[in-house]
Design a protein around this ligand. Structure first.
Ligand code: MG
Length: 393
């Protein structure tokens, strides 16, 4: 209910088309030419691949945006676009998301900054769209705003799929699963000596470098707790993280009657991408179907926040508010880049995150607006990009 009008063929823009999610989104779109028409592509820096995509897919518009937000805003709010896929990293697409929602377009996002740093700006727009389009006499459901701001992240897609048709008051708890990454059983000494090559070897998912490192530190799961809070309007004490090494259960929701609904699937991002595009319908997908007999067993364990302090730091940032969570995600980009470049150890990542959260948490002022988020991002980079490891404590 309160869903966007159903166009015969959705006109789609892809922001961040050359990254891992962007490329898979183009695959999904190409597999359903009856449902989608690609009208615009935007990439950051990969000119060669963008040119290749333009030559092959012939969108009406394309742009190599670099760090500029304005070209993304223009594409996202264009009259001939119904649905915007946001597959960029960083804060650069936040203005585009706000502009798209303000123009009444559907946004499918894989971008974490949109929610972790900008949740307080983005979600009111999505909820207003849902409220405005809900037919008279129809009561609201927990998933209404998700018709407008659609999560691509596999865990949030799973929770969304569990919430469809459920009233918000029926939700008791969200359960985010995490694979635990390649160092799930590593000792603190082993964690201190982790190399880049080891951290890039994720056991279950094939993803970009940034999110693979984030999965190894569990910073990714910490950011996802914050995303879940904004998407589903659920308090932090009702969002639980459970380690599930097989990555078959993508996440779950427990309801007030004690029932638990989970969504299961093969670890293949084309599935949540496609659901975000075809919702409320489902369509055949190239992903291998979920198979309980092949999975054989599904294990679950509690996360160890002593060995993976990034999860604790993220929860502390969440409770400290929007300035702290924005600092957390900006600092994480710096920390991961430094780890990949060899100027920060693996166990230095959570220490850098904690230092940033402590430095930028502000309780005395209103949440950051878009300009202030940009300034905060620049300040976090200037402060932490070259700080010697010894000073990060
Ligand atoms: Mg995820």
């Amino acid at each position: 209910m309160g869903q966007p009008p159903d166009a015969a063929r959705r006109r789609v823009a892809v922001l961040g088309s050359t990254g891992s999610i962007g490329r898979q989104a183009l695959e999904v779109l190409a597999a359903h030419p009856d449902r989608f028409e690609l009208v615009a592509l935007a990439a950051g820096r990969n000119q060669a691949l963008l040119e290749e995509q333009v030559a092959q897919l012939r969108p009406a518009r394309s742009v190599l945006a670099g760090d500029e937000a304005a070209p993304l805003v223009e594409i996202a709010a264009a009259d001939d676009v119904d649905l915007v896929i946001v597959a960029t990293g960083g804060l650069v697409s936040l203005r585009a998301v706000l502009a798209a929602l303000a123009a009444g377009k559907v946004v499918a996002t894989a971008n974490k900054e949109t929610l972790v740093a900008g949740g307080h700006l983005v979600m009111p727009l999505a909820r207003a769209l849902a409220d405005a389009r809900r037919p008279v006499g129809v009561s609201s459901s927990a998933a209404d705003a998700l018709a407008w701001l659609r999560p691509i992240d596999s865990e949030h897609s799973a929770i969304w799929q569990c919430l469809v048709g459920e009233p918000a008051r029926a939700v008791e708890r969200l359960i985010l699963t995490a694979s635990g990454g390649p160092f799930r059983t590593a000792s603190p000494a082993e964690l201190a000596a982790v190399t880049v090559a080891q951290a890039l070897r994720h056991p279950t998912w094939q993803m970009g470098a940034k999110i693979t490192i984030d999965s190894a530190t569990l910073a990714n799961k910490g950011l996802e707790v914050i995303e879940a809070h904004w998407l589903y309007d659920v308090g932090y004490d009702a969002i639980e993280v459970v380690i599930h090494p097989q990555s078959v259960v993508h996440s779950a929701v427990r309801f007030v009657d004690g029932s638990l609904k989970a969504q299961l699937g093969t670890p293949d991002m084309r599935l949540p991408i496609q659901y975000a595009l075809t919702y409320p319908e489902r369509a055949p997908s190239p992903a291998a179907p979920a198979d309980l007999l092949a999975a054989r067993r599904l294990d679950f364990e509690a996360p160890d926040e002593a060995r993976f302090p990034a999860l604790r730091v993220a929860r502390e940032a969440a409770l400290a508010g929007p300035w702290a969570t924005a600092a957390l995600i900006c600092a994480d980009e710096v920390a991961v880049a430094r780890f990949l470049a060899g100027s920060l150890t693996f166990d230095g990542i959570p220490r850098l995150l904690e230092a940033a959260v402590n430095r930028y948490a502000r309780f005395d002022v209103s949440p950051p607006d878009v300009d202030q988020l940009g300034e905060l991002d620049a300040d976090v980079r200037a402060t932490f990009a070259t700080l010697p490891l010894g000073a990060v404590s």
